[in-house]
Design a protein around this ligand. Structure first.
Ligand SMILES: C[S@@+](CC[C@H](N)C(=O)[O-])C[C@H]1O[C@@H](n2cnc3c(N)ncnc32)[C@H](O)[C@@H]1O
Length: 287
């Protein structure tokens, strides 16, 4: 039973987001400035079709800062005077869609590779671009199931501090946990009661095996140790070829020789000359 969760973790919406205010529509030159901002900050390429999305997502911050235009808000970001606001803009301009056990083939691979793991070293997996943590906890459930008492660790990293904080709670609305196999739900999740009805909490022992950190794939990453498998899924779709090349090189550094690399099913490593061998669609191995 969940009894002692801070209600703040359930209601992460910023109340300032509801502050009203009239803002001049986002002009094309202003949009171009935000395109450059998020490209420089995160390597994300926003197509012209994303103008309405940018306008909608940033409106609440323009209002919260009591600024009358997107241009004035951009000036605030560009001045570098408010790193917290810059992070808030990055958080809003990233797309964090994810769910438990997304793209199940990778979890079958994980199970077979981990089951064959020998030696005393912990089996380590990196969820690079972990969003709100569903991918990392799905990995941990499979590892706990097939490794039993043998040690393992899952590391999740993301550029958005908002989703990293959310991931650390391991607390999800029940309707977002439907993809979790029933046996894992029973074994690894606690059902919320009372004020927390309709939510699930990943149980403490499993949460202790999963660590989350802020990490920008487009810059030098924090020291994370080496990994048996790396998941880099559904984030390269936002990157151009040059950015992808740099990100893949950075992410493959900590992958052990013989380790596996999983990318999203709609992504590809074509033309990147990545030093890995394809073993199945969206699954690669480091020689
Ligand atoms: C669509 S989600 C994918 C989550 C998960 N990997 C999955 O497949 O379900 C993409 C995530 O990538 C993160 N992201 C975008 N650019 C990034 C960067 N430069 N460095 C690290 N994370 C980034 C976003 O914040 C977002 O949470």
């Amino acid at each position: 039973m969940i009894t002692a969760l801070a209600s703040a973790s359930l209601h992460e919406a910023d109340s300032s987001a509801r502050a009203g205010g009239s803002i001049a529509p986002l002009s094309d030159p202003e949009f171009a400035k935000f395109q450059r901002f998020i490209f420089e900050a995160a390597g994300i390429t926003l197509s012209p079709a994303k103008k309405a999305l940018v306008s909608g997502r940033l409106a609440k911050r323009v209002n919260a800062q009591r600024l009358g235009s997107y241009g004035a808000y951009f000036k605030l970001l560009a001045s570098g005077a408010d790193p917290v606001e810059t992070q808030a803009a990055i958080d809003l301009l990233t797309t964090n869609e994810t769910y438990f056990f997304r793209e199940p083939k990778h979890f079958e691979l994980l199970r077979s590779v981990a089951s064959a793991h020998t030696g005393a070293a912990p089996f380590r997996v990196w969820s690079a671009a972990s969003s709100t943590g569903e991918e990392a906890y799905s990995i941990a459930m499979v590892l706990a199931d097939c490794l039993g008492e043998r040690p393992f660790e899952v590391v999740g990293t993301d550029i958005s501090t908002r989703v990293v904080a959310k991931a650390r709670t391991g607390h999800y609305p029940e309707q977002r946990t439907r993809q979790i196999p029933p046996a894992y739900l029973k074994r690894f999740c606690l059902k919320g009661m009372g004020a927390h009805a309709g939510t699930l909490l990943v149980e403490r022992a499993l949460r202790a095996k999963v660590r989350f950190a802020h990490g920008n794939l487009n810059e030098k990453l924090p020291e994370l140790g080496s990994f048996d498998i790396v998941f880099l899924r559904n984030v390269m779709i936002y990157f151009n070829a040059d950015t992808k090349r740099g990100v893949v090189a950075r992410v493959l550094g900590p992958l052990k020789p013989g380790g596996y690399f999983c990318i999203g099913h709609s992504e590809s490593l074509n033309d990147l000359n990545a030093p890995v061998v394809q073993v199945a669609p969206s699954i690669y191995r480091k020689p």
